[in-house]
Design a protein around this ligand. Structure first.
Ligand SMILES: Cc1cc2nc3c(=O)[nH]c(=O)nc-3n(C[C@H](O)[C@H](O)[C@H](O)COP(=O)(O)OP(=O)(O)OC[C@H]3O[C@@H](n4cnc5c(N)ncnc54)[C@H](O)[C@@H]3O)c2cc1C
Ligand SMILES: *[C@@H]1O[C@H](CO)[C@@H](O)[C@H](O)[C@H]1NC(C)=O
Ligand SMILES: *[C@@H]1O[C@H](CO)[C@@H](O)[C@H](O)[C@H]1NC(C)=O
Ligand SMILES: *[C@@H]1O[C@H](CO)[C@@H](O)[C@H](O)[C@H]1NC(C)=O
Length: 470
């Protein structure tokens, strides 16, 4: 008996060391960026659901990247810059106990150069009054369509009722509404993330720079940041609220998804395996092939997502003595001179180098790809472009010609701005996309189902969550 008993005990002990922890919840949320972290708070606190949030990175916040300069102790945001005062945004910051204020603006001296040759470009941006007037016309032309895609495609028209304007290549839309003088601003603020912006469909340019953004620039709306000027403060507050319901540095490795519930096998960076059993699944990551791999998509899901194309965005902080303190050097094709505003860099491209101010030697740099670009490739593009700018004499050579470009921080934001063709849209793409909501007990949030703005994604979640729990 004694032997038998101790055998049982030792078997149990062995089992406990290798059996993965099992976590049972009402809802499993995949991705702790803008849409996933917000949904997690609301599901837990407002809808009284038990949740688990699975996040690949070692922190919440997705595209928010806040860097501490070890030399000065100052904080710099090189990902998300500010939040649009749209829908629930201000109330949510307030609720998370993060005070906000007007964003600080760095005024930088602009210089233009073609990064493919390094040569300076004699480019003249539109006069301020012309830019503002064009932006006003842009807002007037697009505000009537806002209801169709903000904060999501909930009221999207039937395929034969889609306004033709939304399916025009953006350059045609620009000519039709005489808004050339707005293009430079649209591109430099957020439009560049779309990739080949002048050929992108107007609908998707509006997903990067939509009516709420136009209102902010026309003084009819506002944007804000945390008072502390540390954008990550919001997501730190969310992490504190959610505590052990967040699994950081964790990914799903395989899954069984059904209408009745889900089994998700996860692995964390420290090698720990956990099994999540959840009634419902909320996907808050971009549905790129790589991201979807562990989620055993069925035929219907695969056929919808395979229609998506996407661009990629990487952001970093670099330092090099040739870069202009208090300046920005902007990648501008030679053919854009002197004012051909629709001539824009084509992906893959480095957008520009922006001095980050505050007496630092730091420059924010953005790299946009037409598809997957590795971090190594993106950084090589930055290195090569800088070398060309110096070789062409556009930037001064330094006393130490061997001075290396330093990468102080880097973030690969991966696939963004998922888009389908005009033909697919006319063939009911959005309807097919939204028909996935609730199929196989799975619900979808994030940029691919709405637009690329944090505040708007939160408003989208506000519509989605009651449907998901109905
Ligand atoms: C450089 C840059 C600047 C921007 N500036 C602004 C701005 O100023 N204002 C604004 O409103 N918007 C801005 N945006 C856009 C905005 O950040 C995005 O639209 C928004 O974050 C998208 O939210 P999301 O929930 O869809 O995805 P994300 O916020 O990207 O969240 C996805 C999360 O899922 C995680 N993840 C990915 N794959 C997996 C996986 N397989 N398993 C688990 N977790 C995974 C990621 O680590 C990430 O945390 C900016 C974007 C970039 C790239
Ligand atoms: C929240 O859910 C728990 C568990 O299902 C339940 O016991 C509790 O009464 C609920 N609370 C509210 C306020 O609905
Ligand atoms: C926009 O429309 C309003 C209302 O029709 C009009 O008063 C205004 O002049 C228009 N603005 C521009 C810039 O066209
Ligand atoms: C940059 O701008 C700051 C603030 O206006 C100023 O104090 C500083 O001298 C400038 N530095 C250079 C190199 O122009």
């Amino acid at each position: 008996m004694r032997i038998f008993g101790s055998l049982i005990v030792s078997t149990v002990c062995v089992a406990a060391t290798w059996l993965p922890e099992v976590i049972t919840r009402d809802v499993a949320i995949i991705g702790g960026g803008a849409s996933g972290a917000y949904a997690a708070v609301r599901l837990k606190e407002d809808f009284n659901k038990s949740i688990v949030l699975v996040e690949k990175a070692n922190r919440l916040g997705g595209h928010v990247d806040t860097y501490k300069d070890p030399k000065t102790g100052n904080w710099y945001d090189f990902g998300v810059q500010n939040w649009n005062d749209y829908g629930p945004a201000k109330a949510f910051f307030d609720r998370m106990g993060v005070p906000v204020g007007a964003p600080g603006r760095n005024v930088l001296a602009s210089r233009y150069a073609d990064f493919t040759t390094g040569a300076g470009v004699n480019f003249t941006p539109p006069a301020n009054a012309d830019r503002v007037a064009a932006l006003g016309r842009f807002l007037n032309a697009t505000a009537p369509y806002e209801q169709y895609f903000l904060p999501g495609y909930w009221n999207w028209p039937a395929p034969d009722k889609i306004p033709e304007d939304l399916l025009l290549p953006f350059s045609d839309f620009v000519e039709k509404y005489d808004i050339r003088d707005s293009v430079n601003q649209v591109f430099q603020v957020t439009g560049m993330g779309v990739g080949d912006m002048s050929n992108a469909l107007t609908l998707y340019v509006l997903g990067a720079f939509g009516p709420p953004m136009m209102r902010a620039f026309l003084g009819q709306g506002a944007s804000f940041t945390p008072d502390t000027r540390r954008n990550i403060a919001l997501y730190e507050a969310i992490q504190t609220r959610l505590g052990a319901n967040v699994l950081l540095s964790t990914v799903v490795t395989s899954s069984i998804r059904t209408n009745l519930g889900h089994t998700l096998y996860t692995k964390s960076a420290d090698g720990k395996a956990r099994i999540i059993i959840a009634r419902k699944l909320l996907m808050a990551i971009e549905p790129t092939p790589a991201n979807m791999e562990p989620f055993s998509l069925d035929q219907a899901e695969q056929s919808v997502f395979s229609k998506f194309k996407f661009s990629t965005v990487q952001a970093g902080i670099v330092a090099h003595p040739s870069l202009p303190i208090n300046g920005t050097i902007i990648n501008t094709p030679a053919a854009a001179a002197p004012n051909n505003y629709l001539v824009l860099p084509k992906p893959d491209f480095v957008v520009r180098f922006d001095h980050m101010g505050g007496g630092s030697d730091l420059f924010r740099v953005l790299v946009v790809g037409a598809g997957v670009v590795t971090v190594q490739q993106a950084q090589d593009m930055v290195r090569q472009d800088l070398a060309r700018l110096i070789a062409a004499g556009t930037l001064p050579a330094t006393a130490d010609p061997a001075a290396l470009l330093e990468f102080r921080a880097w973030a690969d934001h991966g696939g963004m701005h998922m888009h389908a063709s005009a033909k697919e849209l006319r063939d009911g793409f959005v309807q097919k996309l939204y028909a996935l909501q609730g199929r196989r007990g799975t619900w979808w949030t994030g940029g691919a189902f709405s637009v690329q703005f944090q505040s708007i994604l939160w408003a989208y979640d506000d519509v989605l969550l009651p449907k998901m729990l109905a």
